[in-house]
Design a protein around this ligand. Structure first.
Ligand code: C5P
Length: 266
């Protein structure tokens, strides 16, 4: 398709990249060289118990402006069809199932998630280096492979639980040690609290992704989150992607809430 704008000639085309079940549209401009869809930093948490509620929210969002996170409740109730449907609508999906099992089982689960066409998935770093390496091998080495992320310590873990299960040293040191192990095992990054992002960023290269929940735009309700950061504070601290649920999903106009967050990041 040839498009003339003023005196410039643009040769626009959509490059349809076919993964197993999906098509992803990439916009390319030959005049400037290839440019993919904007790399949105915002991952909207689809914390719903039914696929209908998840689809209703997704209908109000633009897949070029955010990604979606599907967790254990929605996936357990609705199964792979919810992932498949949203991938086909053009959304990048973070499948947040936090696998933790023997290496062979985790590797097979990760391969199955990759076959669903998810953009990102995660495993527990506490499963160890062999488990993470097996997961990494299982998702392959092609350029369009999913991002594989580790959970270090759950941010819900307090000192009493840390002691109860017999972990030694400080919680911060444990987070840093597990993130280092994830990096050495070939993983792409970690889920962490934005409070930990600065220390993690100084230990890892910029390519190592920090995925941070607990984000609240200024003046928004914190709900049950305690140590929150605003989107701009989290990005400044070194976050790569912001996981945001209720400030967008419970908003009267989710797309407007998303736009306000985008504007705060400019
Ligand atoms: O609604 P809200 O923005 O609090 O949602 C945050 C999302 O991030 C939820 O899906 C929650 O389960 C997830 N999450 C979190 N804290 C973690 C890990 C995940 O809030 N440490």
């Amino acid at each position: 398709m040839l498009i003339y704008i003023g005196k410039l000639r643009f040769f626009d085309y959509f490059c349809l990249v076919m993964t197993k079940n999906t098509y992803r549209a990439k916009v390319s401009y030959s005049y400037f060289g290839e440019m993919n869809m904007p790399d949105s930093k915002i991952i909207v948490a689809l914390d719903y118990s039914t696929e209908d509620s998840a689809f209703a929210l997704a209908d109000q969002l633009d897949p070029t402006r955010c990604r979606l996170k599907i967790g254990k409740e929605l996936f357990t109730r609705s199964g792979p069809v919810v992932v498949d449907t949203l991938v086909k609508q053009g959304f990048d999906i973070f499948l947040d199932l936090k696998y933790h099992d023997i290496p062979n089982t985790v590797a097979k689960a990760c391969a199955a998630a990759a076959d669903l066409g998810v953009w990102m998935m995660n495993v527990h770093a506490i499963g160890g280096g062999a488990m993470m390496s097996a997961a990494r091998e299982a998702i392959g080495h092609h350029t369009d492979r999913p991002h594989l992320i580790a959970v270090t310590l759950l941010t819900s873990m307090d000192q009493a639980t840390f002691d109860q299960i017999g972990l030694q040293g400080s919680m911060t040191d444990t987070v840093l040690r597990l993130a280092k192990l994830a990096d050495e095992s070939g993983l792409d990054g970690v889920v962490c609290s934005a409070q930990e992002a600065k220390a993690l960023r100084s230990q890892h290269s910029d390519a190592f992704q920090l995925i941070t929940p607990g984000i609240r735009p200024a003046n928004s309700d914190r709900g049950d989150q305690h140590r929150t950061m605003t989107p701009v504070e989290a990005i400044t601290a070194g976050s790569s992607y912001l996981v945001i649920g209720r400030p967008i999903t419970q908003a009267k106009d989710p797309m407007l809430a998303l736009k306000d967050i985008e504007d705060s990041l400019i």
